[in-house]
Design a protein around this ligand. Structure first.
Ligand SMILES: [Zn+2]
Length: 82
């Protein structure tokens, strides 16, 4: 088990591309314990870097198709989302 140091939920804006119509839009995504899990951690010279994966589903703002995707999120240094 990894140690979770982030304070969920975290609201962020991510650019997500629709596979149906190829349009890209910014979506306000809320990262929570429910949709985000740690998948790896790495020792860097100033500390730990932790990789997260979020399962996201949103409706395309153009064609309304359901977009289901995974976001890769990096915490480094600890407490900072990249
Ligand atoms: Zn679309």
């Amino acid at each position: 088990m990894f140690k979770v140091s982030l304070n969920f939920p975290i609201g962020r804006t991510f650019e997500i591309e629709c596979e149906q119509c190829s349009n890209k839009y910014d979506y306000d995504i809320e990262l929570t314990h429910g949709n985000t899990e740690q998948v790896a951690s790495y020792d860097r010279n100033i500390g730990l870097e932790i990789q997260y994966e979020s399962d996201i589903s949103v409706n395309c703002k153009n064609c309304n198709d359901l977009i289901e995707t995974k976001l890769d999120i990096w915490e480094y240094p600890i407490g900072t989302i990249n």
